[in-house]
Design a protein around this ligand. Sequence first.
Ligand code: NDP
Length: 448
Amino acid sequence: MEFKNEYLAKVYENVVKRNSSEPEFLQAVKEVFESIELVADKRQDFVDAGIFDRIAEPERFIMFRVSWLDDNGKVQVNRGYRVQFNSAIGPYKGGIRFHPTVNASVIKFLGFEQTFKNSLTGLPMGGGKGGADFDPKGKSDNEIMKFCQAFMTELQKYIGADTDVPAGDIGVGAREIGYMFGQYKRIRDEFTGVLTGKGLHYGGSLARKQATGYGLCYFTREMLATKNDSFDGKTVVISGSGNVALYACEKVYQLGGKVVAMSDSNGYVYDENGIDFKIMQQLKEVEKKRVKDYADIVKTATYVEGCRNIWNVKCDIALPCATQNELDENGAKELIANGVKYVAEGANMPSTPEAVEAFLNAGVYFGPAKAANAGGVATSGLEMSQNSMRLSWTFEEVDEKLNGIMKGIYKAAYDAAKEYGCEGNLVKGANIAGFLKVAEAMKSQGVM
Ligand code: NDP
């Protein structure tokens, strides 16, 4: 049996039956259930209200065809998704991912996780996620626009500023959000905050771009502080070199640490003198090049093929910021053998369950994604507030609120773990704290 609590074991068995071909989704549900088992033991009222039976079943799952014309006039067909997972505490909120690996399982795992993450931020946002199996790599700007317009033509039927507010994720940045916002406006004839991550000139929030990476470092700073430690003089490894990774890199330097390695899906660059944030940002964000090109520009850096090898690099702090299951047990063992002290997840579910187990057993202080990377969606929540009030805050105001929210998330996770007898286990603490708020709201609102 997977769980000691018999009732929860039965519920999980049903989840497996219903979603047997969805490994990522089952992985995410199992991880959360392992934590909230402690709640199921204590809260018969939640059991009676069927909260556990309902929590892993999305309120709505939409799948649709996206047809568009490429630059050669040829018809292309992709599959689009939106999961509206849970609206107990607010409108559905969660990013849109464009990547060839997107499927129902990936979207559902992300939407499920998002529900608890959004709850942890303390802001009124439910959980959702969406995307398509579209690969933006190698597409012209015109093709990206055509695809975004076709995607939104269908998606617009299901979203709205008070019902479901999507944002960006892998493969979806300010450019894609702009094209999708334009199409929504054209079809619905309304200018509302229906998407976040918008450009600054039409309702976007300052510091949204930086928020996930900055927030990750604010969260890590709280982890360090618990151990009477700080970023000062620490060596940091960051996987990925996209939006989250880049701004985590910038903030590490601002807090006194040094980033010695970064990667993309082909390989990683290492420089013991530290990766130059400005050069990496220019390469990845502006010129859309590969990390391999970094080593051509910076002579002290070396490039190594194979992205998983990045975990062989010695560091005090590891921040996986690329994608799900990128850090497995072998990677975790390498990091532990090389003396890693802290791991905080910037990407969603980057560590496999075996890797998490290895970190916890080795006494590595571990910050799980749904708490550590919640800064992005928190700042999306702040963008929604600014849009509703028709005003905009300064970069410093948003950044300060973000820092306050990350401190609050850390405290909520830490305190919940302590209350439920597993002090220092932020995985359990984050799951429990995130779950409790959603569960109370679901109970109050009756069976639906
Ligand atoms: P981007 O598309 O901006 O960047 C993704 C980066 O990861 C790219 O550098 C990509 O390289 C790299 N990558 C992909 N697969 C691997 C791999 N196996 N090993 C190493 N590098 C890899 O995405 P984001 O930065 O926005 O998102 C990264 C993660 O953070 C995702 O899990 C996302 O869900 C999560 N997240 C993002 C938030 C946001 O605000 N953007 C908020 C919260 C979570 P390549 O170019 O080779 O594909």
